[in-house]
Design a protein around this ligand. Structure first.
Ligand SMILES: Cc1cc2nc3c(=O)[nH]c(=O)nc-3n(C[C@H](O)[C@H](O)[C@H](O)COP(=O)(O)OP(=O)(O)OC[C@H]3O[C@@H](n4cnc5c(N)ncnc54)[C@H](O)[C@@H]3O)c2cc1C
Length: 408
């Protein structure tokens, strides 16, 4: 996404660009597989937050036919009880004061209102670079703000732990404030035909031949780029738009000290019979620390083209290490789904499992929200690892590199 964004801005400004992509399609970590029986499987559960400033700047939402989840979640509490929070960040008093809601004290609800007001007072960029929170973890920030442990355990940990793929909430607090703002002001959505459509939209805006697939780069020598097939490409400037680990291989001497620690997730897909009634379009979150299933979503409830007619797609994510084989993980998840959704979940058909050990670069407290992108006068880098773990960061870093090249 970072490389495609950079290429789009350069192309718009009349520059000639060539994107060299190692894989068989564009998208990087934003890919969607179409199964022979018609399910669209994103490689890991992810969503587009519609108020991301960089996404709004670059992406045509209408062409993607974005389909939004409902704001809120069904939270499965440690005692097995399930509680529905609707609009918890957009209408906090209504959501948390619902009579049956066992989540949060009265003071917790007031704090939510205060944090909503706080994030509205700043731009996304200001929140990311706020000095007062850059040295704090999200957990420190929440405790310092005064939320009860039960509110942290039953709401913040499952909700934001799912976004960060980090249930310890050791992710930097400035990123938490940024993401909180996105949920307050926007929606979580997916393109009708899968997340990869976001990347495809950027690729199709480039001239024919400007994106070369199956073209892994093995070496860089000044402005000469060597491909695995032995050919070389010469350019006026080179932008390395790979993930942090590939960047460390391609740029060992450039001082591009990348974040090599990753957040891991797995995403297991099941096929279920189509829902009889109207879908609630809510995410299911697990507040218990013991279960493996951390969040469950029904993407086809939101975007029907994710499943063939008469069927429903179920996506189950786990975060962190579990050490299980795919077969054991699937069996354990299915048992947990029976506890969540009843006996019929035992009949759901396993479709595919994605194990993503390199899903998000870690973003610890104290790490700047933007690292240096210009390595030499003709060599640049971009990507989420050089900023913070989000699509917004990938697109922002690509745009910033294009701006530098255009003003050079
Ligand atoms: C499961 C999951 C859930 C996520 N959820 C969200 C979410 O809800 N919201 C959000 O904002 N973000 C989310 N993200 C993060 C977001 O997807 C990434 O931050 C973003 O896509 C990173 O883009 P990038 O361009 O920096 O890197 P990448 O996507 O890693 O792209 C790097 C590209 O470089 C290519 N490449 C690597 N080496 C070479 C080489 N030697 N030669 C040529 N090409 C090479 C790769 O094939 C790839 O296409 C999620 C990620 C995952 C995996």
């Amino acid at each position: 996404m970072a490389g495609l964004a950079c290429a789009n801005y350069l192309h718009r400004a009349g520059r000639s660009v060539l994107v060299l992509e190692a894989s068989d399609a564009v998208g990087g970590r934003v890919r969607t597989d179409l199964t022979p029986d018609g399910f669209r499987l994103d490689r890991g559960f992810q969503v587009l937050l519609t108020r991301y400033p960089e996404v709004e700047r670059l992406i045509d939402y209408g062409a993607l036919r974005l389909q939004a989840f409902r704001s809120g979640a069904v939270i499965r509490l440690p005692d097995g009880q399930q509680t529905t929070l609707q609009n918890p960040l957009q209408k906090p008093t209504a959501a948390f004061s619902a009579l049956a809601s066992p989540i949060g004290t009265f003071s917790d609800k007031l704090r939510i209102l205060s944090l909503v007001r706080h994030v509205r007072n700043y731009t996304s960029g200001q929140l990311l670079s706020r000095n007062s929170t850059t040295g704090q973890t999200t957990l420190d920030f929440l405790r310092h703000y005064g939320w009860s442990e039960s509110m942290i355990q039953n709401f913040f940990r499952p909700f934001f732990g799912g976004v960060f793929l980090d249930r310890s909430l050791s992710t930097a607090a400035n990123f938490f404030e940024f993401v909180f703002k996105q949920f307050v002001e926007g929606e979580a959505a997916v393109p009708a035909l899968g997340m990869q459509q976001i990347a495809e939209q950027l690729a199709t805006r480039l001239p024919a031949g400007a994106v070369r697939l199956h073209a892994p780069v093995t070496h860089l020598n000044g402005t000469t780029v060597r491909l695995a097939n032995g050919t070389t490409v010469e350019a006026a400037a080179v932008v390395v738009a790979v993930d942090g680990e590939a960047a460390a291989r391609l740029l060992p001497a450039a001082g591009a000290a990348p974040a090599l620690r990753w957040r891991r997730t797995t995403c297991t897909y099941f096929a279920a019979p189509a829902l009889a009634g109207r879908p609630d379009k809510l995410l299911r979150l697990n507040a218990s620390l013991t279960g493996l299933a951390h969040n469950v979503a029904f993407p086809s409830d939101v975007a029907p083209e994710y499943a063939p007619a008469g069927q429903r797609l179920v996506s189950v994510s786990t975060h962190g290490e579990h050490g299980l084989s795919e077969a054991d993980l699937t069996a354990r998840l299915q048992q947990e789904l029976v506890a969540w959704f009843g006996a019929e979940a035992a009949t759901w058909r396993h479709l595919r499992t994605y194990d993503l050990p390199h899903a998000l670069p870690e973003y610890p407290a104290g790490q700047p929200a933007r690292q240096s992108l210009k390595l030499t006068p003709h060599l640049y880098r971009c990507g989420d690892y050089a900023a913070y773990p989000s699509l917004n960061a990938a697109l922002a870093s690509g745009r910033e590199v294009a701006d530098m090249l255009l003003s050079a």
